[in-house]
Design a protein around this ligand. Structure first.
Ligand code: FES
Length: 428
C-alpha cells in the first residue's frame, strides 16, 4: 500500500498530480475507496416488477441490480460462480432467471443457484446452496437513489450523507411524489482520471466563467453573456467532512431552467416545502458530488456516475431525472434542455471533458508530474453561515475539493474491511 500523506496537502491546498496517473494508486483506490464506500447503482424507478434488472459497476466490479419476487431490490456480482463468465450481458431488461452462457448454470432472482446441467457428475457433497451469487451486503435508498456498499459494517448511507441530504433534497424532494428517470442511460468515455470529474462537480464553480463562456452567451436569458451576469455571482459551497460537496449561486429562482419548467413550478409552494434558502440556493444552477463518484446538476436533472476504467479513463453514465408529477410536455422540455447542455454532446459537457482530457494527456511527463496543483482558493473560509446546514464557504472556493481529497487520503491510508489481518495505518 502506498502512503498518500505526502501527495495530498489539504492544509496548504497542494495536490500531487501523480494521484491521477499512478497505476498503484489507482489499484489502491479500488481496494480502499470503491470497495468500502457507498456507490450509486441506479434509480428505483428503473425497477417496477420482479425480474426487472440493470447491470452496472461498483468500481470495476460488475454488478447486476434486480428486483426479487418479494419486490426487494438486490445487487449481485455479475460473475458466474462456476468459471467466472459475466453472467448477464444485457444493459437492462426483465428475466426470471440469470443463465450463464458458458455451461448453463442458472441463478434465480434471489441469487440462488437453481440448475446445474449434468449435476450428477459432481461429487456427492456438492451443494448448490454453496454456490449462490455473491451478493452486495448493503443496499440503501435515499429518495429514489440506490446506493450499495461492499462493507457490511459500513456506516448507514443516511449518516454518511449527513447534511448533504439537505442539498440533495433540493432536487429529490421538490415534488411530493418524488422523482423518476426518463429514457435510458447515456454512456460515453472520457480520457481522464475519475477524480478530475468528481472533484470538479464537488467544488469548482470557478471554471464556469471561462470554460463555459461561449455556452453561457448562447444560453443566457438576456443574451448578455457571462461578464455581466455570472462573474460576481453570489453563492455558497457546502463542504462535507465525508468528501461530498455542493456549490450553488443564490438567486430567487434558477435562471437556466427551460421556460416550461419555470412555468410549471409554483415557487411559493416550493418555498413552503423546501424553505426559502433551498429554493434560492441548491435548487438553482448548482453542481454537486456525493463522494466518491456520484454527481448531479439540479437545474437540468443530470445525475451521473463516473465509472473508473483505469487511471486514465472514465466511463460516464448519465440519467435524466424529472419530478414525477411534471406534465409530459414539461418532462420533455427538461429532457431536451438536459441533452442540449449536459448530454453526451451537450455544449457544457464538451467543455468539461476537453479540460479533463488535457490535464490527463500531459500528466505522464516527468517534470510535469513533479509540479503540484493548486487548491488554495478560499483556504480557511468554510464556516457555519447560519443559513445553510454544515460548513459552507464562498461559491468561488476549493474548500469542498480540499475536503474531498482529505477524505480520499484518509480512506487510502486506512485498512479496509477486507484486509485481514489489517496492516498498521500508514505512518505508524
Ligand atoms: Fe458459468 Fe460455466 S462459467 S456455467
Amino acid at each position: 500500500n502506498i502512503d498518500v500523506s505526502a501527495l495530498v496537502d489539504t492544509e496548504g491546498g497542494l495536490i500531487d498530480r501523480s494521484i491521477y496517473t499512478d497505476p498503484g494508486i489507482y489499484d489502491q483506490e479500488m481496494r480502499r475507496i470503491f470497495a468500502r464506500s457507498w456507490l450509486f447503482l441506479a434509480h428505483t424507478s428503473q425497477f417496477k416488477k420482479p425480474g426487472d434488472f440493470f447491470t452496472t459497476f461498483m468500481g470495476q466490479d460488475p454488478v447486476i441490480v434486480t428486483m426479487d419476487k418479494t419486490k426487494t431490490i438486490r445487487a449481485y456480482l455479475n460473475s458466474c460462480r462456476h468459471r467466472g463468465v459475466r453472467l448477464c450481458r444485457a444493459d437492462a431488461g426483465a428475466t426470471k432467471m440469470f443463465t450463464c452462457t458458458y455451461h448453463g448454470w442458472s441463478f434465480d432472482l434471489a441469487g440462488a443457484l437453481k440448475t446445474v446441467p449434468n449435476e450428477k457428475a459432481y461429487p456427492e457433497d456438492f451443494d448448490k446452496k454453496d454456490w449462490s451469487l455473491i451478493e452486495v451486503p448493503r443496499l440503501s435508498e435515499y429518495k429514489g437513489l440506490l446506493f450499495a456498499n461492499w462493507d457490511k459494517d459500513a456506516e448507514d448511507l443516511e449518516d454518511t450523507l449527513g447534511d448533504m441530504r439537505y442539498y440533495m433534497d433540493a432536487m429529490l424532494d421538490r415534488d411530493p411524489e418524488g422523482t423518476e428517470v426518463m429514457g435510458g442511460v447515456m454512456k460515453w468515455e472520457l480520457e481522464g482520471n475519475w477524480k478530475l470529474a468528481a472533484e470538479q462537480f464537488a467544488t469548482d464553480w470557478y471554471h464556469v466563467n471561462m470554460s463555459h463562456a461561449s455556452a453561457l452567451m448562447v444560453m443566457s436569458p438576456t443574451g448578455k453573456g457571462p461578464k455581466t451576469e455570472i462573474v460576481a455571482t453570489p453563492g455558497r459551497q457546502y463542504v462535507s467532512p465525508n468528501g461530498h460537496g455542493a456549490g450553488f449561486p443564490t438567486h430567487p429562482k434558477s435562471r437556466f431552467d427551460a421556460q416550461a419548467v419555470h412555468e410549471h413550478y409554483d415557487y411559493e409552494a416550493l418555498r413552503e416545502r423546501l424553505g426559502d434558502a433551498a429554493v434560492e440556493g441548491p435548487m438553482t444552477t448548482g453542481h454537486a458530488t456525493v463522494f466518491p463518484s456520484f454527481s448531479y446538476l439540479p437545474v437540468n436533472g443530470s445525475i451521473r456516475i463516473w465509472h473508473p476504467k483505469g487511471p486514465n479513463k472514465i466511463e460516464v453514465w448519465a440519467w435524466i431525472l424529472v419530478d414525477k408529477s411534471m406534465p409530459d410536455d414539461v418532462k420533455d422540455a427538461q429532457r431536451l434542455y438536459n441533452l442540449r447542455t449536459f448530454g453526451p454532446s451537450g455544449i457544457f459537457e464538451a467543455d468539461d471533458g476537453e479540460n479533463w482530457s488535457e490535464i490527463q494527456a500531459i500528466s505522464d511527463g516527468f517534470i510535469t508530474n513533479s509540479v503540484p496543483l493548486n487548491f488554495q482558493m478560499g483556504i480557511g473560509s468554510e464556516k457555519e453561515d447560519g443559513v445553510y446546514p454544515g460548513q459552507t464557504s464562498e461559491l468561488y472556493s476549493d474548500a469542498a475539493g480540499r475536503s474531498f481529497y482529505k477524505h480520499w487520503s484518509k480512506l487510502m491510508n486506512t485498512p479496509a474491511w477486507h484486509e485481514h489481518p489489517a496492516p498498521a495505518p500508514a505512518g505508524e
